[in-house]
Design a protein around this ligand. Structure first.
Ligand code: ADP
Length: 262
């Protein structure tokens, strides 16, 4: 072998040795002396991608505010104001029924005659109508019901339907009968030709009688369930609204899922 070729071979060998040493240093592995680095049969497994499973925050139940009170106690007015404040729909069973009457549907024809006398429309009829409306998408985050329940059977249906799934709050507007009679007479006078078919003294008396017989007794159960908010409905409209809003907010935070410690 020529001396130049021998020199090149020596340079190549030392380069290989130095290179191996550099790799070992970089790897931070200690290569045993005189032992060739073992080839790995399979490349080292990549660390499994660890999925971070975020704990879902406990879902807050939607709030459903049920407005109760005698005819003319201001349920409709207050429910409309609260609906704006909370940004949830206001469902009035009386309005739903009057819409059916105006459209002249079979249900409207049947209900219209009953309503005119101030009597109560059959439970199933009202419930079906209410459930249909409350199942619409805009009710996902809660809603307000005005005019339901009015009988024990309706209250039971509502309980079965809502009690577990929602944070149900009941607002009772308390107004004396003589004030009611005056209010409705005033409302009818103002409306003139457009007055409601049931805003006449005979129907109002019947509506009040139905209220005392069928609806007022339901309040005891709601009181027991600690859902009842009693409000003096003879105050001015804005004060009543303020009281209702304050009380509903308290119930909403009481019904909210507990915050995690830390
Ligand atoms: P008000 O509370 O002044 O009587 P509504 O508009 O709530 O007025 O109801 C008008 C009428 O509609 C009632 O008198 C009744 O005939 C009928 N109605 C409304 N809601 C119900 C209900 N939940 N069950 C039976 N009838 C109802």
């Amino acid at each position: 072998m020529k001396s130049t070729s021998l020199m090149s071979l020596l340079v190549l060998c030392s380069a290989l040795i130095l290179g191996a040493q550099a790799l070992a240093d970089a790897d931070n592995t200690i290569m045993p002396k005189n032992e060739a680095p073992k080839k790995l049969a399979t490349p080292p497994a990549k660390p499994a991608a660890t999925k971070t499973v975020k704990a879902k925050p406990a879902k807050q139940k939607p709030t459903v505010v049920v407005f109760m009170g005698a005819p003319g106690s201001g349920k409709g007015t207050q429910a409309a104001m609260l609906s704006k404040k909370m940004g949830v729909p206001h469902i009035s069973t009386g309005d739903l029924l009057r819409a059916e009457v105006a459209k002249g549907t079979a249900l409207g024809k049947q209900a219209g005659a009953i309503m005119k006398k101030g009597e109560l429309v059959p439970d199933e009829m009202v419930l079906t109508m209410l459930q249909k409306r409350a199942s619409q998408r805009d009710c996902n985050k809660g809603y307000l019901i005005d005019g339901f329940p009015r009988t024990e059977a309706q209250a039971k249906m509502l309980d079965m339907w809502l009690k577990e799934r929602t944070n149900m709050v009941v607002v009772n507007l308390d107004v004396k009968d003589n004030v009611i009679m005056e209010r409705i007479a005033g409302r009818a006078k103002e409306a003139g030709d457009k007055k409601r078919a049931d805003d006449n003294p005979e129907s109002v008396k019947e509506r009040l009688a139905q209220y005392h017989k069928n609806t007022q007794p339901l309040m005891a159960t709601y009181e027991e369930q600690k859902r009842l908010i009693n409000i003096d409905g003879s105050e001015d409209i804005d004060s009543i609204h303020k009281h209702i809003w304050e009380e509903v907010q308290k119930r909403q935070s009481a019904g909210a899922p507990a915050k995690k410690a830390g």
